[in-house]
Design a protein around this ligand. Structure first.
Ligand code: ARG
Length: 454
C-alpha cells in the first residue's frame, strides 16, 4: 500500500493522523472555495517577503508564476483536492512545491494558516458583501417597479391581520424598500470592519522579519492592517456582523414572503404569482402553490441558526487562535449562499406577480376601514378624540347588530356632512403627514427611490 503523504507540519510527528481524525478535522471539502483569495493573499505575501529581503526577485517571480499555474488548474477543474492535506491553504502550498520545487517552501515564511485563513475569509466576504448589496438593490428595484405599475391601487392596511385603514398597495411595498435600505446600510457598515488585513500577524505574535504589513494590506486593497496580532488571528466579529446583517435581510424577505403567501390565497386574492414561480400538487390538480415564497420564509430559520451557531462557537474561546474557529465557515458560506439565492428568486418572482386591483379595492371598500376618519370628523367638531372613539365604537356595534351600513347610521346620527367621510379616495388623499400614504406622498417617495437607486 502506498504510504499516506505526511502532513505539512513536518518533523514533530512520527506518524500521520488516524483516518478518522483526518476525516474529522479536514476542511478542504468546504474551504476550497476560498482558493482565489488564498492565492491572491499569497501573491501579496510574496511581495511582502521580497520587500523584506527574504525572497530574491527571481524566487518571488517563480513562486508567483507557480501560484498562478495552480489557480488555472483549479479553475479548469483539473486540481485534485486532497483531504489528507487538511485545508485549502495546505493543498495549494503542496501543489506549489510540487510544481516549482524547493523554492515554493519559502512562501510560508512569516505566515501561519491562522493569519492566512483570517485574510482569505475577509477577502471572500468582501466580495460576497458586494454581491449581497447589489442583490439587495435589485429587489428594491423590483418592489419599486411593482409599486409604480400599481400606483393607484388601494387596499386595506392591516394591524393584527385585521383590516385597519386604507393604504396604497404601493405604500405597502415601499415599506419593504425602507427595510432593505437599512439592510444595505448595515452591509456597508460591516464592510468597513471586514476590510482590514490580518496578514503578517503570524500564528499569534507577528514576525521578527522586516515585513511591511501596511504595504501588503494596500496591495490587497484593504483599508489598513490590524494592530494587534492576537486579536487579528482570533477575531471573527466581522463574520458575526455579516451573519447578523444577513439574518435581518432574511427576516425581511420572510415577512415579504408571508405577505405574498397570504395575498395569493383565494381568501385574499390580491395578487397572482406567475406560474413559473409556483408549483403544483401531485394529488390535487387545482393547486398552485407559492413554494418560492414559502421556501424563502423557511430558509430564514437556517440563516438565523447559522448566526447562533457562530456566536455560540465563539463564546468562551480563550485567546488566540483555536481550531474551533474552523467551524465558522460552513454556517457563513450557507448564510451567504442562502441569502443571495433568496434575494434573486424573490426579486424575479415579484416582477412576475400581478396585482388584482378589483380584489384589493373590493376589500378596501369596507366602510369600517373609515371608522377612524369618522372619529376625526367628530374631532373637527370639537369633540375630544376619546369621546369620539367611544361614540363611533357604539355605532360600529349597532351596525354589526342591525346589519345597517356604518355610513347610513353616521348620516342619521351626525347629519348629511358625515357621508363625505366615507369616500375612501378622499380619505387617502388627506393623509398627507410625512410618511403617510396619500398618493401625493407615495408618488414623491417613488421618485425619491428611483433617483436613489439609479
Ligand atoms: N482550516 C483552518 C481554519 O479554518 C485553518 C487554520 C488552521 N490553523 C491551525 N493552526 N491548525 O481555521
Amino acid at each position: 500500500m502506498k504510504k499516506a503523504p505526511q502532513p505539512m507540519w513536518g518533523g514533530r510527528f512520527a506518524a500521520g493522523p488516524a483516518e478518522v481524525v483526518k476525516q474529522f478535522t479536514e476542511s478542504v471539502s468546504f474551504d476550497w472555495r476560498l482558493y482565489k483569495h488564498d492565492i491572491a493573499g499569497s501573491i501579496a505575501h510574496v511581495h511582502g517577503l521580497l520587500k523584506a529581503g527574504v525572497l530574491a526577485k527571481t524566487e518571488a517571480a517563480k513562486i508567483k508564476r507557480g501560484l498562478r499555474a495552480v489557480e488555472r488548474e483549479i479553475e479548469l477543474g483539473k486540481f485534485k483536492w486532497d483531504t489528507s492535506l487538511e485545508d485549502v491553504h495546505m493543498n495549494i502550498e503542496a501543489a506549489l512545491v510540487r510544481k516549482i520545487g524547493a523554492v515554493g517552501a519559502k512562501l510560508h515564511t512569516a505566515r501561519s494558516r491562522n493569519d492566512q485563513v483570517a485574510t482569505d475569509l475577509r477577502l471572500w466576504l468582501r466580495s460576497e458583501i458586494q454581491s449581497a448589496k447589489s442583490e439587495t438593490r435589485n429587489i428594491q428595484k423590483s418592489l419599486i417597479a411593482v409599486a409604480e405599475k400599481n400606483m393607484g391601487v388601494m387596499m386595506p392596511g392591516y394591524t393584527h391581520l385585521q383590516r385597519a385603514q386604507p393604504v396604497l398597495f404601493a405604500h405597502h411595498l415601499l415599506a419593504y424598500v425602507e427595510m432593505f435600505d437599512r439592510d444595505m446600510q448595515r452591509l456597508e457598515d460591516c464592510l468597513k470592519r471586514v476590510n482590514i488585513c490580518p496578514l503578517g500577524s503570524g500564528a499569534i505574535a507577528g514576525t521578527a522579519l522586516k515585513l511591511d504589513r501596511d504595504y501588503v494590506a494596500k496591495l490587497l486593497d484593504f483599508n489598513g492592517a490590524t494592530r494587534n496580532s492576537m486579536d487579528a488571528v482570533s477575531d471573527r466579529d466581522f463574520v458575526v456582523e455579516f451573519m447578523a446583517a444577513t439574518a435581518l435581510v432574511a427576516i425581511h424577505l420572510s415577512r415579504l414572503a408571508e405577505d405574498l403567501v397570504l395575498w395569493s390565497t383565494a381568501e385574499f386574492g390580491f395578487v397572482v404569482i406567475g406560474d413559473a414561480y409556483t408549483t403544483g400538487s401531485s394529488l390535487m390538480p387545482q393547486k398552485k402553490n407559492p413554494d418560492v415564497a414559502e421556501l424563502t420564509r423557511g430558509k430564514t430559520g437556517r440563516v438565523v441558526g447559522n448566526l447562533v451557531a457562530v456566536l455560540t462557537m465563539l463564546k468562551g474561546l480563550p485567546l488566540a487562535y483555536n481550531r474551533d474557529l474552523q467551524e465558522d465557515k460552513q454556517p457563513l458560506f450557507d448564510s451567504a449562499d442562502t441569502l443571495l439565492a433568496s434575494l434573486r428568486v424573490m426579486g424575479d418572482m415579484l416582477r412576475h406577480t400581478k396585482v388584482n386591483r378589483a380584489k384589493c379595492e373590493s376589500a378596501v371598500s369596507d366602510p369600517m376601514l373609515l371608522a377612524t376618519d369618522l372619529a376625526d370628523f367628530l374631532v373637527n367638531r370639537g369633540i375630544p378624540f376619546r369621546e369620539a372613539h367611544r361614540v363611533v365604537g357604539a355605532l360600529v356595534v349597532e351596525s354589526e347588530k342591525t346589519g345597517t351600513p356604518l355610513p347610513k347610521l353616521a348620516v342619521k346620527r351626525f347629519g348629511a356632512g358625515a357621508a363625505r367621510v366615507f369616500n375612501v379616495r378622499h380619505a387617502l388623499a388627506s393623509r398627507r403627514a410625512v410618511g403617510a400614504p396619500s398618493p401625493t406622498n407615495v408618488r414623491m417617495q417613488l421618485t425619491r427611490w428611483k433617483r436613489l437607486l439609479k
